[in-house]
Design a protein around this ligand. Structure first.
Ligand code: HEC
Length: 221
């Protein structure tokens, strides 16, 4: 559950047998990339649709296949409550998205840090329409409240004072895949380093190449 004044969102059951997995493959693809349910209603935040609309056809279909393969779990969560108006749509309909060629390139790093690992969802400050990607990509400052207290997404732009220009590639890799800060401190949730540890070394290099190419911005407060 994500509790804040704007909304109380319950992440629904998405295992086989649940309402969601009764949707057809096409309906699930549309829900994942455009935030549209088959009945035409919109799925609310914090689902990262600003980024998911960029998921390639191959990747979104793999996600659907995976969802159909996980063990069924009983249970239905309460409906989410939004105290903010939701937009009519998150953008124009997504037709087809080609899969970028894998490699240590800016294009692939941007794809991984965006739609795939959504680093940019958590590490970009949010406005009423979600992450302010066009002007504040990676500037951090978003607060996460949970049983751990409050964690703040740090600045991932190459800003010399409070951005990643302070870190070597090795230090960045230890932070991203082990959650260990150069001073030895262990990071708090929800930084997903346990998942990120499964990335290939090339994917990690592509992400670091991309982060180092971002416009240097001070930490957003
Ligand atoms: C679900 C939200 C979330 C996602 C997704 C996420 N992060 Fe984070 N990240 C955080 C939070 C919160 C922290 C701060 C943790 C703390 O203070 O202990 C953090 C910390 C970091 C740090 C430490 C930086 C510093 O200066 O201390 C790096 C580097 C980082 N994340 C990179 C990434 C990369 C690269 C990705 C994608 C591959 C990513 N994160 C995905 C939430 C997220």
């Amino acid at each position: 559950m994500d509790d804040n004044p704007a909304f109380t969102a319950y992440a629904p059951n998405i295992t086989p047998g649940s309402r969601v997995v009764r949707w057809t493959d096409e309906e699930l693809v549309r829900a994942l990339r455009e935030g549209l349910r088959p009945d035409g209603t919109l799925i609310g935040p914090p689902m990262p649709f600003a980024l998911y609309r960029g998921l390639s056809d191959d990747d979104v279909q793999s996600i659907v296949a995976y969802l159909r393969s996980v063990p069924a779990v009983d249970g239905q969560q309460p409906e989410s409550v939004y105290n903010i108006p939701l937009p009519h749509a998150y953008g124009t309909p997504v037709e087809s998205v080609a899969h970028p060629e894998a490699g240590v390139t800016l294009e692939y790093g941007s794809y991984l840090a965006g739609p795939v690992a959504h680093c940019m969802e958590c590490h970009t400050p949010h406005g009423p329409q979600g992450p302010i990607l066009d002007t504040h990509a990676g500037a951090g400052g978003f607060e996460f409240r949970g049983p751990w207290g409050v964690s703040v997404a740090p600045n991932l732009t190459p800003h010399p004072e409070d951005g990643i220009a302070r870190y070597s590639d090795e230090e960045l890799k230890a932070m991203i895949t082990q959650g260990v800060h150069p001073d030895g401190k262990q990071m708090m949730p929800p930084m997903p380093y346990a998942y990120l540890a499964k990335m290939t070394p090339e994917d990690l290099d592509a992400i670091i190449l991309y982060l180092r190419s971002l416009k240097p911005l001070p930490l957003h407060e």
